[in-house]
Design a protein around this ligand. Structure first.
Ligand SMILES: Nc1ncnc2c1ncn2[C@@H]1O[C@H](COP(=O)(O)OP(=O)(O)OP(=O)(O)O)[C@@H](O)[C@H]1O
Length: 236
């Protein structure tokens, strides 16, 4: 399988403060991957660089084989990279349905593209809430909407930052179910979250990030075989 997204020797930061010191990672087509690390290690910063929200100081970021570092965010999104950001950023004054329709596009040339009905089938709660405004939703409902909205772009790669942060256990379960279902259907996913057991159920491959570098990456079996890694890099 070819690399969908690859990050090589990425260095970046904020003003004078360097956060990434040669970050490497790769996600292949059809694969679900994780980026694991304690707070403040550079996960969100890595995503900001991937989405062109932060300039790469050095290194390379490739998506679908093309260099994307230095490109504007909008162009990167148009190529079929979708982010469910920390904080969700849904439109508060649009209804659930309008939020979903505002993003409809077929950026990956999907032969069987996502529709409103399919999103409602995936998350029945969103259909019940279809006419509610974004700001009337619970955090968990907003997260379902943010995922649905990202899917409406038919992305090659779906990226979730803090996928289930601050969400009730019931809806968290629902989100893991959906991510598992999407992965089964061949959707490439990169997920950041702190629930290791759920991540290991959903994802095939994992990378740790520690102080802006990636000291380890490997598959589920390798991660399961080395619980000392969990303690070293996650403190669990
Ligand atoms: N806008 C910013 N300006 C300056 N420093 C920042 C900014 N955003 C993050 N940082 C710093 O960059 C470092 C990495 O933060 P980042 O958000 O990438 O971590 P993270 O691994 O995603 O952790 P978290 O789970 O806490 O978000 C931290 O030291 C943080 O304080």
């Amino acid at each position: 399988m070819s690399a969908l997204l690859s990050i090589e020797n990425l260095e970046t930061g904020y003003g004078p403060s360097q956060v990434l010191f040669g970050m490497n990672m790769e996600i292949r087509e059809g694969e679900a991957a994780t980026l694991l690390g304690r707070n403040g290690m550079g996960k969100t910063t890595t995503l900001r660089a991937v989405f062109g929200q932060l300039p790469a100081w050095s290194g390379e970021i490739r998506f679908l084989g093309e260099r994307i570092d230095g490109r504007p965010t909008e162009q990167i999104a148009q190529m079929g990279l979708a982010l469910v950001p920390e904080g969700r950023q849904i439109f508060p004054n649009l209804s659930v349905k309008e939020n979903l329709l505002a993003f409809a596009a077929n950026r990956s040339g999907n032969r069987d593209p996502w529709t409103l009905d399919k999103i409602y089938h995936l998350f029945p709660r969103l259909e019940e809430r279809a006419q509610n405004m974004g700001n009337q939703l619970s955090g968990g409902e907003q997260q379902m909407l943010a995922i649905g909205r990202a899917l409406m772009t038919n992305p090659h790669l779906l990226i979730l930052d803090e996928a289930t942060e601050g969400i009730s256990p019931l809806i968290r379960k629902e989100i893991w179910r959906v991510l598992g279902q999407l992965k089964q259907a061949g959707q490439a996913i990169l997920v950041i979250d702190k629930y290791l057991a759920e991540l290991m159920r959903v994802a095939d491959r994992h990378a740790f990030i520690e102080k802006g570098r990636s000291p380890w990456s490997g598959d589920n079996a390798a991660l399961a075989a080395e619980p000392e890694l969990w303690e070293r890099y996650l403190g669990v």
